[in-house]
Design a protein around this ligand. Sequence first.
Ligand SMILES: *Cc1c(COP(=O)(O)O)cnc(C)c1O
Length: 356
Amino acid sequence: MIIQKSSNPRISSFDPTSFSFGNTFIDHMIICEYNNGKWGDLQLVPYGPIGFTPAMMGVNYGQACFEGMKAYKDKDGKVFLFRPEKNAERINKSAKRLAIPEIPKEIFMEGLKTLVDIDRDWIPHGEGMSLYIRPLLFATEEALKARVSEKYLFAIVATPAKSYYAAPVSVKISDHYSRSANGGVGFAKAAGNYAASFYPTQLAIEEGYDQIIWTDDSTHEYFEESGTMNVFVRINDTIYTPKTSEKILDGVTRDSFLQLAKRRNLEVVVGDVKVSDVIAAQRNETLKEVWGVGTAVVTSIFEALGYNDEHLLLPKLSEEESFAAMLKKDLTDIQTNQAEDPFGWRVLVEEQVYDL
Ligand SMILES: *Cc1c(COP(=O)(O)O)cnc(C)c1O
Protein backbone atom coordinates (compact mmCIF):
# COMPACT_ATOMS: atom_id res chain seq x y z
CA MET A 1 0.00 0.00 0.00
CA ILE A 2 1.25 3.47 -0.91
CA ILE A 3 0.77 6.12 1.79
CA GLN A 4 1.07 9.78 0.93
CA LYS A 5 0.14 11.92 3.91
CA SER A 6 -1.29 15.42 3.56
CA SER A 7 1.31 18.20 3.88
CA ASN A 8 -1.28 20.61 5.25
CA PRO A 9 -3.79 18.65 7.33
CA ARG A 10 -6.97 20.48 8.34
CA ILE A 11 -7.59 18.46 11.52
CA SER A 12 -6.29 21.21 13.84
CA SER A 13 -9.08 23.52 12.64
CA PHE A 14 -11.80 20.84 12.92
CA ASP A 15 -14.28 21.61 15.69
CA PRO A 16 -16.14 18.41 16.66
CA THR A 17 -18.84 20.46 18.38
CA SER A 18 -19.66 22.47 15.28
CA PHE A 19 -19.27 21.10 11.77
CA SER A 20 -21.42 20.43 8.77
CA PHE A 21 -22.25 16.76 8.13
CA GLY A 22 -21.78 15.60 4.56
CA ASN A 23 -19.45 18.34 3.41
CA THR A 24 -16.66 18.26 5.95
CA PHE A 25 -14.15 15.71 4.73
CA ILE A 26 -11.33 14.06 6.63
CA ASP A 27 -7.74 14.76 5.55
CA HIS A 28 -7.22 11.64 3.46
CA MET A 29 -8.97 9.31 1.07
CA ILE A 30 -8.32 5.88 -0.43
CA ILE A 31 -7.99 5.30 -4.14
CA CYS A 32 -7.25 2.21 -6.21
CA GLU A 33 -7.41 2.06 -10.00
CA TYR A 34 -8.54 -0.80 -12.17
CA ASN A 35 -6.92 -1.00 -15.59
CA ASN A 36 -5.76 -3.72 -18.02
CA GLY A 37 -7.91 -6.28 -16.27
CA LYS A 38 -6.54 -5.81 -12.77
CA TRP A 39 -6.60 -3.69 -9.64
CA GLY A 40 -3.47 -1.60 -9.11
CA ASP A 41 -1.82 -0.32 -5.93
CA LEU A 42 -3.98 0.66 -3.02
CA GLN A 43 -3.18 4.29 -2.16
CA LEU A 44 -3.90 6.60 0.74
CA VAL A 45 -3.65 10.20 -0.50
CA PRO A 46 -4.73 13.68 0.67
CA TYR A 47 -8.47 14.25 0.16
CA GLY A 48 -9.18 16.32 -2.92
CA PRO A 49 -10.42 16.48 -6.50
CA ILE A 50 -9.38 13.92 -9.09
CA GLY A 51 -9.26 14.77 -12.79
CA PHE A 52 -11.76 13.49 -15.31
CA THR A 53 -13.57 14.81 -18.37
CA PRO A 54 -17.31 14.86 -19.13
CA ALA A 55 -16.67 11.88 -21.39
CA MET A 56 -16.02 9.69 -18.35
CA MET A 57 -18.23 6.62 -18.70
CA GLY A 58 -19.34 6.58 -15.07
CA VAL A 59 -21.21 9.86 -15.41
CA ASN A 60 -22.64 9.10 -18.85
CA TYR A 61 -23.89 5.57 -18.26
CA GLY A 62 -24.18 5.49 -14.49
CA GLN A 63 -21.93 2.50 -13.97
CA ALA A 64 -21.38 3.32 -10.32
CA CYS A 65 -22.23 1.90 -6.90
CA PHE A 66 -21.38 2.70 -3.31
CA GLU A 67 -21.56 1.73 0.34
CA GLY A 68 -22.43 3.59 3.52
CA MET A 69 -20.96 2.59 6.88
CA LYS A 70 -19.69 4.13 10.11
CA ALA A 71 -16.79 4.11 12.56
CA TYR A 72 -17.36 4.92 16.24
CA LYS A 73 -15.04 6.10 19.02
CA ASP A 74 -15.66 4.92 22.58
CA LYS A 75 -14.94 6.87 25.79
CA ASP A 76 -11.36 5.53 25.92
CA GLY A 77 -10.65 6.61 22.36
CA LYS A 78 -10.84 3.10 20.89
CA VAL A 79 -12.19 3.03 17.35
CA PHE A 80 -14.59 0.42 15.97
CA LEU A 81 -16.16 -0.42 12.65
CA PHE A 82 -19.58 -2.09 12.62
CA ARG A 83 -19.92 -5.34 10.61
CA PRO A 84 -17.60 -4.07 7.84
CA GLU A 85 -17.48 -7.45 6.06
CA LYS A 86 -21.16 -7.00 5.24
CA ASN A 87 -20.32 -3.83 3.29
CA ALA A 88 -17.37 -5.52 1.59
CA GLU A 89 -19.67 -8.31 0.44
CA ARG A 90 -22.49 -6.01 -0.58
CA ILE A 91 -20.39 -3.64 -2.69
CA ASN A 92 -19.43 -6.69 -4.72
CA LYS A 93 -23.04 -7.82 -5.12
CA SER A 94 -23.79 -4.33 -6.43
CA ALA A 95 -20.66 -4.36 -8.62
CA LYS A 96 -21.57 -7.69 -10.17
CA ARG A 97 -25.05 -6.50 -11.16
CA LEU A 98 -23.54 -3.37 -12.76
CA ALA A 99 -20.82 -5.35 -14.59
CA ILE A 100 -18.13 -3.62 -12.51
CA PRO A 101 -15.13 -5.80 -11.59
CA GLU A 102 -15.30 -6.91 -7.95
CA ILE A 103 -12.98 -5.25 -5.48
CA PRO A 104 -11.10 -7.94 -3.51
CA LYS A 105 -12.25 -8.01 0.11
CA GLU A 106 -8.63 -7.66 1.33
CA ILE A 107 -8.18 -4.40 -0.63
CA PHE A 108 -11.50 -3.08 0.67
CA MET A 109 -10.67 -3.94 4.30
CA GLU A 110 -7.07 -2.74 4.20
CA GLY A 111 -8.05 0.58 2.62
CA LEU A 112 -10.87 1.04 5.10
CA LYS A 113 -8.84 0.25 8.23
CA THR A 114 -5.84 2.33 7.16
CA LEU A 115 -7.95 5.39 6.36
CA VAL A 116 -9.89 5.19 9.62
CA ASP A 117 -6.69 4.60 11.61
CA ILE A 118 -4.69 7.46 10.08
CA ASP A 119 -7.59 9.91 10.36
CA ARG A 120 -8.84 8.63 13.73
CA ASP A 121 -8.60 12.13 15.23
CA TRP A 122 -11.46 13.14 12.93
CA ILE A 123 -13.88 10.72 14.60
CA PRO A 124 -16.01 12.64 17.08
CA HIS A 125 -16.86 10.89 20.34
CA GLY A 126 -20.17 11.23 22.14
CA GLU A 127 -23.84 10.40 21.88
CA GLY A 128 -24.76 9.79 18.25
CA MET A 129 -21.32 10.84 16.98
CA SER A 130 -19.49 8.82 14.34
CA LEU A 131 -17.52 8.94 11.14
CA TYR A 132 -19.66 8.26 8.06
CA ILE A 133 -17.64 6.32 5.50
CA ARG A 134 -18.42 6.13 1.80
CA PRO A 135 -16.64 3.46 -0.26
CA LEU A 136 -17.49 3.70 -3.98
CA LEU A 137 -16.75 2.11 -7.32
CA PHE A 138 -17.25 3.83 -10.66
CA ALA A 139 -16.32 3.62 -14.35
CA THR A 140 -13.54 6.03 -15.36
CA GLU A 141 -12.82 5.17 -18.99
CA GLU A 142 -12.97 8.21 -21.26
CA ALA A 143 -15.19 6.91 -24.04
CA LEU A 144 -18.67 7.57 -25.38
CA LYS A 145 -19.42 3.95 -26.06
CA ALA A 146 -22.43 2.33 -24.49
CA ARG A 147 -20.65 -0.73 -23.18
CA VAL A 148 -18.87 -1.89 -20.08
CA SER A 149 -15.96 0.39 -19.10
CA GLU A 150 -12.41 -0.93 -19.11
CA LYS A 151 -11.24 1.37 -16.31
CA TYR A 152 -12.60 1.93 -12.80
CA LEU A 153 -11.77 3.68 -9.58
CA PHE A 154 -12.36 2.32 -6.10
CA ALA A 155 -12.33 5.15 -3.57
CA ILE A 156 -13.17 5.69 0.10
CA VAL A 157 -14.01 9.14 1.47
CA ALA A 158 -15.41 10.00 4.90
CA THR A 159 -17.21 12.78 6.74
CA PRO A 160 -17.74 13.21 10.50
CA ALA A 161 -21.37 12.68 11.53
CA LYS A 162 -23.23 13.93 14.57
CA SER A 163 -26.40 12.99 16.28
CA TYR A 164 -29.21 15.15 15.33
CA TYR A 165 -32.58 14.70 16.84
CA ALA A 166 -34.47 12.84 14.12
CA ALA A 167 -37.95 14.37 14.30
CA PRO A 168 -40.79 11.98 13.41
CA VAL A 169 -41.60 12.19 9.72
CA SER A 170 -44.68 11.70 7.61
CA VAL A 171 -44.42 9.37 4.67
CA LYS A 172 -46.48 8.92 1.55
CA ILE A 173 -47.33 5.38 0.48
CA SER A 174 -46.45 5.31 -3.20
CA ASP A 175 -49.34 4.54 -5.54
CA HIS A 176 -47.54 5.26 -8.80
CA TYR A 177 -43.75 5.58 -8.73
CA SER A 178 -41.50 2.61 -8.01
CA ARG A 179 -37.97 2.31 -6.72
CA SER A 180 -37.28 -1.09 -8.19
CA ALA A 181 -38.71 -3.86 -10.32
CA ASN A 182 -38.29 -7.60 -10.80
CA GLY A 183 -35.10 -8.22 -12.72
CA GLY A 184 -33.88 -4.70 -11.94
CA VAL A 185 -31.17 -3.25 -9.71
CA GLY A 186 -33.16 -2.54 -6.53
CA PHE A 187 -31.05 -4.87 -4.37
CA ALA A 188 -27.87 -3.09 -5.46
CA LYS A 189 -26.57 0.16 -3.98
CA ALA A 190 -26.47 1.57 -7.50
CA ALA A 191 -25.96 5.34 -7.73
CA GLY A 192 -28.77 5.48 -10.31
CA ASN A 193 -31.32 4.12 -7.81
CA TYR A 194 -30.89 7.33 -5.86
CA ALA A 195 -31.18 9.51 -8.96
CA ALA A 196 -34.44 7.77 -9.87
CA SER A 197 -35.91 8.31 -6.41
CA PHE A 198 -35.32 12.07 -6.17
CA TYR A 199 -38.14 13.25 -8.44
CA PRO A 200 -40.95 11.18 -6.83
CA THR A 201 -39.59 12.24 -3.43
CA GLN A 202 -39.74 15.90 -4.48
CA LEU A 203 -43.38 15.43 -5.49
CA ALA A 204 -44.15 13.85 -2.11
CA ILE A 205 -42.44 16.79 -0.38
CA GLU A 206 -44.61 19.22 -2.37
CA GLU A 207 -47.63 17.33 -1.04
CA GLY A 208 -46.38 17.90 2.50
CA TYR A 209 -44.64 14.59 3.14
CA ASP A 210 -41.00 14.02 4.08
CA GLN A 211 -40.43 10.69 2.44
CA ILE A 212 -41.96 7.88 0.39
CA ILE A 213 -42.85 4.33 1.34
CA TRP A 214 -42.03 2.41 -1.81
CA THR A 215 -44.50 -0.27 -2.78
CA ASP A 216 -44.17 -3.05 -5.36
CA ASP A 217 -44.13 -1.79 -8.93
CA SER A 218 -46.84 -4.06 -10.30
CA THR A 219 -49.69 -3.66 -7.78
CA HIS A 220 -48.57 -1.07 -5.18
CA GLU A 221 -50.20 -3.36 -2.63
CA TYR A 222 -47.08 -4.36 -0.69
CA PHE A 223 -44.58 -2.34 1.32
CA GLU A 224 -41.00 -2.62 0.09
CA GLU A 225 -38.78 0.13 1.56
CA SER A 226 -39.01 3.62 2.92
CA GLY A 227 -36.89 6.26 1.20
CA THR A 228 -33.40 4.77 1.32
CA MET A 229 -34.17 2.70 4.39
CA ASN A 230 -35.68 -0.70 5.11
CA VAL A 231 -39.11 -0.54 6.69
CA PHE A 232 -40.61 -2.08 9.82
CA VAL A 233 -44.26 -2.14 10.95
CA ARG A 234 -45.57 -3.03 14.41
CA ILE A 235 -49.15 -4.23 14.77
CA ASN A 236 -50.06 -4.95 18.40
CA ASP A 237 -46.76 -6.40 19.64
CA THR A 238 -45.69 -8.16 16.44
CA ILE A 239 -43.04 -6.68 14.17
CA TYR A 240 -43.31 -7.13 10.41
CA THR A 241 -40.75 -6.41 7.70
CA PRO A 242 -40.64 -7.42 4.03
CA LYS A 243 -38.18 -10.13 3.15
CA THR A 244 -35.21 -9.08 1.07
CA SER A 245 -35.37 -9.87 -2.62
CA GLU A 246 -33.97 -8.59 -5.89
CA LYS A 247 -36.20 -5.53 -5.31
CA ILE A 248 -35.32 -4.89 -1.69
CA LEU A 249 -31.89 -3.92 -0.45
CA ASP A 250 -30.40 -6.20 2.21
CA GLY A 251 -29.62 -3.57 4.85
CA VAL A 252 -27.10 -4.21 7.60
CA THR A 253 -29.26 -2.22 10.03
CA ARG A 254 -32.34 -4.28 9.08
CA ASP A 255 -30.49 -7.53 9.70
CA SER A 256 -29.14 -6.23 13.03
CA PHE A 257 -32.62 -5.10 14.15
CA LEU A 258 -34.01 -8.57 13.35
CA GLN A 259 -31.31 -10.27 15.43
CA LEU A 260 -31.79 -7.82 18.31
CA ALA A 261 -35.57 -8.29 18.22
CA LYS A 262 -35.14 -12.08 18.40
CA ARG A 263 -32.75 -11.70 21.33
CA ARG A 264 -35.50 -9.81 23.13
CA ASN A 265 -37.97 -12.58 22.25
CA LEU A 266 -40.14 -10.19 20.30
CA GLU A 267 -42.46 -11.72 17.76
CA VAL A 268 -41.09 -11.00 14.28
CA VAL A 269 -42.65 -11.88 10.94
CA VAL A 270 -40.49 -11.54 7.83
CA GLY A 271 -42.71 -11.66 4.77
CA ASP A 272 -45.30 -9.77 2.76
CA VAL A 273 -46.43 -6.53 4.40
CA LYS A 274 -49.73 -5.62 2.76
CA VAL A 275 -50.66 -1.95 2.49
CA SER A 276 -54.33 -2.86 3.13
CA ASP A 277 -53.42 -4.71 6.36
CA VAL A 278 -51.43 -1.73 7.64
CA ILE A 279 -54.26 0.68 6.79
CA ALA A 280 -56.85 -1.62 8.43
CA ALA A 281 -54.65 -1.80 11.55
CA GLN A 282 -54.40 1.99 11.63
CA ARG A 283 -58.20 2.22 11.46
CA ASN A 284 -58.80 -0.30 14.26
CA GLU A 285 -55.96 1.19 16.33
CA THR A 286 -53.75 -1.90 16.44
CA LEU A 287 -51.06 -0.20 14.35
CA LYS A 288 -48.49 0.91 16.93
CA GLU A 289 -45.40 1.95 14.98
CA VAL A 290 -43.94 2.24 11.50
CA TRP A 291 -40.26 3.09 11.10
CA GLY A 292 -37.34 2.99 8.70
CA VAL A 293 -33.81 1.75 9.44
CA GLY A 294 -30.45 2.48 7.81
CA THR A 295 -26.86 3.31 8.70
CA ALA A 296 -27.17 7.09 8.43
CA VAL A 297 -29.85 7.87 11.05
CA VAL A 298 -30.27 4.30 12.39
CA THR A 299 -34.03 4.79 12.92
CA SER A 300 -36.55 7.17 11.44
CA ILE A 301 -39.86 7.08 13.26
CA PHE A 302 -43.05 7.89 11.31
CA GLU A 303 -45.86 10.01 12.67
CA ALA A 304 -48.25 9.82 9.73
CA LEU A 305 -48.92 7.84 6.56
CA GLY A 306 -50.26 9.37 3.36
CA TYR A 307 -52.59 6.89 1.70
CA ASN A 308 -54.49 7.98 -1.39
CA ASP A 309 -55.84 11.34 -0.22
CA GLU A 310 -55.92 10.45 3.45
CA HIS A 311 -53.49 11.55 6.12
CA LEU A 312 -53.47 8.78 8.73
CA LEU A 313 -51.88 9.54 12.09
CA LEU A 314 -49.81 7.05 14.05
CA PRO A 315 -49.81 6.87 17.85
CA LYS A 316 -47.19 8.89 19.72
CA LEU A 317 -45.33 6.35 21.84
CA SER A 318 -42.94 7.19 24.65
CA GLU A 319 -39.31 6.01 24.52
CA GLU A 320 -40.29 3.19 26.91
CA GLU A 321 -43.24 2.03 24.80
CA SER A 322 -41.50 2.16 21.43
CA PHE A 323 -39.90 -1.00 20.03
CA ALA A 324 -38.11 1.17 17.47
CA ALA A 325 -36.48 3.30 20.20
CA MET A 326 -35.61 0.23 22.27
CA LEU A 327 -33.96 -1.63 19.39
CA LYS A 328 -32.16 1.52 18.29
CA LYS A 329 -30.63 1.84 21.76
CA ASP A 330 -29.66 -1.85 21.80
CA LEU A 331 -27.90 -1.33 18.46
CA THR A 332 -26.13 1.94 19.17
CA ASP A 333 -24.94 0.67 22.58
CA ILE A 334 -23.19 -2.19 20.79
CA GLN A 335 -21.84 0.07 18.03
CA THR A 336 -20.32 2.50 20.52
CA ASN A 337 -18.92 -0.14 22.93
CA GLN A 338 -21.36 0.67 25.72
CA ALA A 339 -22.75 -2.88 25.80
CA GLU A 340 -21.56 -6.46 25.38
CA ASP A 341 -21.34 -7.58 21.77
CA PRO A 342 -22.51 -11.23 21.81
CA PHE A 343 -22.85 -11.16 18.01
CA GLY A 344 -19.21 -10.21 17.31
CA TRP A 345 -20.31 -7.19 15.28
CA ARG A 346 -17.70 -4.67 16.45
CA VAL A 347 -14.32 -4.67 14.71
CA LEU A 348 -11.51 -2.83 16.52
CA VAL A 349 -9.37 -0.57 14.31
CA GLU A 350 -5.88 -1.01 15.68
CA GLU A 351 -3.37 1.80 15.84
CA GLN A 352 -0.53 1.07 13.47
CA VAL A 353 2.85 2.64 13.01
CA TYR A 354 3.35 3.43 9.34
CA ASP A 355 6.75 3.31 7.78
CA LEU A 356 6.63 6.40 5.57
C1 LIG B 1 -28.32 1.74 1.99
C2 LIG B 1 -29.74 1.39 1.86
C3 LIG B 1 -30.48 0.82 2.92
C4 LIG B 1 -29.93 0.64 4.31
O1 LIG B 1 -28.85 -0.24 4.38
P1 LIG B 1 -27.90 -0.22 5.66
O2 LIG B 1 -26.90 -1.28 5.35
O3 LIG B 1 -28.75 -0.57 6.82
O4 LIG B 1 -27.33 1.15 5.76
C5 LIG B 1 -31.80 0.45 2.69
N1 LIG B 1 -32.37 0.65 1.48
C6 LIG B 1 -31.70 1.21 0.45
C7 LIG B 1 -32.40 1.38 -0.85
C8 LIG B 1 -30.38 1.59 0.60
O5 LIG B 1 -29.73 2.15 -0.43
